[in-house]
Design a protein around this ligand. Structure first.
Ligand SMILES: Nc1nc2c(ncn2[C@@H]2O[C@H](COP(=O)(O)OP(=O)(O)OP(=O)(O)O)[C@@H](O)[C@H]2O)c(=O)[nH]1
Ligand SMILES: [Mg+2]
Length: 150
């Protein structure tokens, strides 16, 4: 499961992951949208579909979280027998969904240097419960005057 704020680089990361892995594995992507309207979820979903992987757009409507029920109702199960990797892109809410178990085996959060420097100390729970934190956009840290090491 992948978490990250708006614009933190989730789509880019998943696209690159797919490019690296798609010859090795058959991948199903679940795209979670927080904004009502299929076209919004579809915008991100189409990026992955273009790369030749199964992609399931899911709108979470006005809800600010993804829970197990939403995932259970996603039409992903049709693919599950045949896949090796299921990526769930979660909603970029670092607070209430942190306690929810979606059945994932690995939790990943991506945070970019263009977010505030104290994003980690402001959201201790998520950063304590994920297996992997990716610090993104370090190439432009100097431009936004952020100390990536910090
Ligand atoms: N400089 C720089 N730009 C990046 C990096 N990763 C992503 N970007 C750019 O950041 C912008 C947002 O990236 P996305 O991958 O669309 O971010 P996202 O988290 O999927 O955004 P939403 O779906 O809108 O929440 C795009 O213009 C990317 O090209 C990086 O490592 N460095
Ligand atoms: Mg995106």
């Amino acid at each position: 499961m992948l978490w990250g704020a708006i614009g933190s680089g989730k789509t880019t990361l998943v696209e690159e992951t797919i490019r690296h892995l798609k010859d090795k594995y058959k991948i199903v992507m679940i795209e979670i949208a927080v904004i009502v309207g299929d076209t919004i979820a579809e915008m991100n979903a189409s990026c992955f579909r273009k790369l030749g992987v199964s992609t399931i757009p899911v709108n979470t409507g006005k809800e600010c979280y993804t829970d197990a029920k939403i995932i259970e109702n996603a039409p992903a199960y049709a693919y599950l027998e045949n896949i090796c990797l299921l990526i769930i892109k979660n909603v970029g809410n670092f607070i209430c969904p942190v306690d929810f178990n979606l059945g994932e085996s690995l939790r990943v959060v991506i945070v970019s240097v263009t977010e505030v420097e104290d994003v980690v100390s402001k959201h201790p729970l998520i950063f304590k419960t994920v297996e992997l934190v990716i610090l993104n956009k370090v190439d432009i840290a100097h431009a936004v005057d952020v100390d990536a090491e910090k």
